[in-house]
Ligand binder design. Structure first.
Ligand code: SF4
Length: 342
């Protein structure tokens, strides 16, 4: 029988398990401490539980920690990790060290349903949701786990399409009994599934990043089919009801394509679209992927676009590209065995 993972469970959920097994109530708290605070990798390590109780627990459960199946390191220090999921699929996480922070970009799904025209993950279709345990395993099981300062949900998948498991993972990251992180260390990216996004905004204090990529409905629709069901104007209008001026941040992600969305008219239309949102814009270089006839804007166009937005009072920066040589940059994650990528 496949053992069930404890990673991702709350003390209350652990309480139900220990009660069913006839263990004392306080055992749930001890188990949570072993999983989250002491980062145990086996039930055997839980030495303040009796041997009998450890054996009983281990008959049905495991911690749920499984290291990466493969890893690849970029010359810029970025590392890409490939994890095998419970159903035998592959997902990727990207570790991005910087001078003052260490960020892990995690996946929330195997593949993705959203079919964005420019995205390698979208090209492979949808193959399932990750459980909270599988999301957290990416964070707990990389070699740099204890160095991490930030988590971004910007890997494979649309987090709003797997909201309940993403929320469970955020709970573990931020709860006192979990990692006790400030929600300000977590950013969740979305293409804007309206109802789920609103739920996330209302029920957590994490930063939000919205993929916009074009200020025009018809053009965005060609790039991102989600524009049909959830036009970006409606998404931004919903977000205007919440405070992103003080404790939490709203970012707009904008991939720049040469001759498509990188001229002055697009910059002006984007500034207009963002009026009243307090969002800051990240300009992102496009990384070529097979079968997509789009090219990245050049540096001069990106600088001109950034300056034009800044001149109109929109905070805008150009995001430094990381890990392009190992297919770890934005839009390039495919969950393939690394050796097949050469
Ligand atoms: S960009 Fe995000 S939402 Fe769109 S297909 Fe890729 S992973 Fe899915």
């Amino acid at each position: 029988m496949e053992k069930k993972p404890l990673l991702g469970l709350t003390p209350d959920e652990l309480g139900v398990i220990v009660a069913e097994m006839g263990m004392p109530r306080f055992t749930a708290k001890q188990i949570a401490q072993w999983i989250y605070e002491k980062r145990a990798t086996t039930i055997e390590e839980m030495t303040n539980l009796s041997k009998v109780n450890r054996e009983k627990l281990a008959r049905t459960y495991c911690i749920g920690r499984q290291g990466p199946a493969e890893e690849m390191r970029s010359k810029d220090g970025t590392a890409k990790y490939l994890f095998e999921t419970a159903n035998g699929k592959m997902i990727e996480s990207v570790y991005i060290p910087e001078a003052d922070r260490a960020t892990l970009c995690v996946s929330s799904q195997v593949g993705c349903k959203m079919n964005c025209h420019f995205c390698m993950t979208g090209k492979q279709g949808y193959h399932g949701n990750l459980s909270a345990s599988e999301i957290l395993n990416q964070i707990f099981s990389i070699p740099e786990s204890e160095k991490l300062t930030n988590i971004v949900f910007m890997g494979m998948g649309e987090p709003m399409d797997n909201l309940s498991e993403v929320m469970k993972a955020i709970t573990v990251l931020t709860a006192k009994w979990g990692l006790a992180w400030s929600p300000k260390r977590i950013t969740v990216s979305s293409i804007g599934k309206l109802r789920e996004l609103q739920q996330l905004v209302e029920q957590t204090d994490v930063h939000i990043a919205i993929s916009v990529h074009s200020p025009y409905h018809a053009e965005r629709l060609r790039l991102m089919p989600v524009e049909q069901a959830y036009p970006i104007t409606k998404v931004l209008s919903m977000l205007r009801n919440y405070d992103f001026a003080h404790q939490r941040r709203l970012s707009v992600e904008y991939i720049m394509w040469s001759g498509l969305n990188d001229d002055a008219a697009h910059a002006d239309a984007l500034a207009k679209l963002l009026e009243g949102t307090k969002a800051r814009v990240n300009l992102i270089r496009f990384h070529a992927i097979p079968g997509v006839n789009l090219n990245s804007s050049d540096e001069d166009s990106m600088v001109a676009f950034r300056d034009r937005l800044n001149d109109q009072g929109v905070v805008c920066t150009i995001r430094r590209s990381r890990g392009e040589d190992i297919f770890a940059a934005c839009g390039m994650l495919a969950g393939k065995k690394l050796k097949n990528e050469k």
